[in-house]
Design a binder for this molecule. Structure first.
Ligand SMILES: *Cc1c(COP(=O)(O)O)cnc(C)c1O
Length: 472
């Protein structure tokens, strides 16, 4: 399997090469040259596989440059009950109203990003060791992505992590989650500024090409193909757990932000998994809902992005969306370049002529959920099922309820656990309802914390990397 860019001006790459890439040099995203096709025979053979064996069957189709035994060992180490809280890894349950919930949020940071990040951490370590390379990962986080990266990369050989976070702007739980890590290769830097300031520092360091090369600066952002491919696995796993036999089809409802999670669902459908519809759920930041309703894509800037009670979906420029548009154009890189050139000039583009294809062939529909919907859904599910949904999952359940048709099986992805969002849960059901937390995290906030405070200053970050990081 080789990989090509959505913009068409980057040479073919192997899986190991794209694994360490962010954006392609031509500004596009890397995509497999084709989608391996899964037929009735594979579906029959895969239905009862354990999670890591299923992961091997799927990922080996995309990562055929990694020797099979090595990949199998790596996946067995990654998808363990000790890491994901249950031997099922991504179990499916059914709510009273028939909506199914697939838990992809039982990893170390209680959000679905662990599903891919834990794989990425082991895959990075493996590929770097093969190449005798070392890297310094530099990232900025407002809470969730950074902690998933740190838990995936802690203790990994050949990798240092420098993670910038905005001082005093994360929840006590989020701070404790990141800063309590004591691994020598995890360097937490609390910046006197906002999340945007942190991102600007990362960009400034990356724009210093000499520094970037000397210190082998890399990132783990949501456009990494390795993350998408790891996420494809749980769509297959969820399909098998939600159906009695392979003749049935299911729809997935996905709380969305950067379009990374649902993009993996799109890949699974293109591979031949019997997915009926892909429901994109947004919050108040509804750029994607607007696109799937009207065909018009109009990303927004930070200033027009609302801060909401489902914060991991507060995104107005979906970084993986170009992958779907590439497929929609019939994989026409020139057309993709044209659309993004138009976007740069006019702030958007219009694909309303393709709406029938977007809904029919690709199965995409969408809906949106606002703060009050989130609270109402959390309260209603608590009353009917006696369980607490996290606010992002509540957005998904609200949209799934709105869009579901008679006889349609809908699996809603549970992208985080309520334990991370105590304030919103209390708003929904009152202060007196205890929010369950995994036993291993009971004392999280009282653990010693390990963080360096720095000013809003890219030079300070460079100096710390130069003092403690690897150099190439
Ligand atoms: C990241 C995240 C999302 C959004 O996923 P995308 O892949 O960015 O669309 C939704 N919910 C939670 C809890 C998240 O952490």
């Amino acid at each position: 399997m080789h990989y090509i860019s959505t913009r068409g001006n980057t040479g073919r790459k192997t899986f190991s090469e794209v694994l360490l890439m962010g954006l392609a040099p031509d500004g596009g995203l890397m995509m497999p040259e084709h989608y391996p096709q899964i037929g009735a025979r594979e579906l029959a053979n895969w239905r009862n596989l354990s999670y890591h064996n299923l992961a091997f069957e799927i990922i080996s189709l995309f990562a055929d440059d990694i020797p099979a035994q090595d990949l199998h060992d790596l996946l067995k180490r990654t998808y363990r009950a000790e890491t994901f809280g249950t031997p099922d890894i991504a179990p499916v349950r059914t709510l009273q109203d028939g909506i199914k919930i697939q838990a992809v949020s039982n990893g170390p940071t209680l959000a679905f990003k662990d599903m891919a990040m834990q794989f990425l951490g082991n895959a990075f370590e493996y590929v770097l060791a093969k190449k005798s390379q070392k890297i310094n990962i530099l990232g900025a986080t407002s809470g969730d992505t950074g902690s998933a990266a740190e838990y995936a990369l802690r203790g990994k050989r050949g990798i240092n992590v420098f993670m910038l976070s905005p001082a005093g702007r994360m929840s006590a739980f989020q701070r404790a989650q990141m800063y309590s890590l004591q691994d020598g290769n995890i360097i937490n830097l609390a910046v006197d500024g906002t999340f945007d300031d942190c991102q600007d520092i990362v960009k400034a360091v990356q724009n210093d090409a000499g520094f970037k090369q000397k210190y082998a600066i890399s990132t783990v952002n949501s456009i990494n193909w390795g993350r998408i491919v790891a996420q494809v696995v749980y769509y297959f796993y969820g399909y098998f757990r939600a159906t009695a036999h392979n003749g049935e089809s299911v729809s997935f409802c996905v709380p969305s932000g950067n379009f990374g999670n649902v993009c993996a669902g799109h890949v699974a459908k293109q591979m031949g998994l019997p997915i009926n519809r892909l429901m994109v759920a947004t919050n108040e930041n509804d750029v994607l809902d607007q696109f799937f309703r009207t065909g018009e894509y109009r990303p927004r800037g930070t200033a027009q992005t609302f801060v909401t009670s489902s914060p991991s979906m507060d995104i107005s420029k979906a970084s993986n969306f170009e992958r779907f548009v590439f497929d929609l154009t019939g994989r026409d890189a020139e057309a993709v370049r044209g659309l993004w050139a138009g976007l740069a000039q006019t702030g958007g583009f219009d694909l309303s002529a393709q709406l029938a294809q977007i809904r029919g062939q690709y199965g995409f529909v969408s809906g949106k959920s606002l703060h009050q919907d989130r609270l109402d859904t959390i309260r209603a599910v608590y009353a009917s099922d006696g369980e607490l949904l996290d606010p992002h999952t509540a957005d998904g359940v609200k949209v799934a309820r709105d869009l579901r048709e008679a006889g349609e099986t809908v699996v809603c992805l549970e992208t985080a656990l309520a334990a991370k969002f105590g304030e919103t849960i209390a708003q929904a059901v009152g202060e007196n309802v205890p929010v369950p937390r995994p036993a291993a995290l009971a004392d999280l906030e009282s653990r010693p914390q390990n963080v360096r405070h720095i000013g809003n200053d890219a030079e300070a970050v460079k100096q710390i990397i130069a003092e403690t990081g690897f150099s190439a």
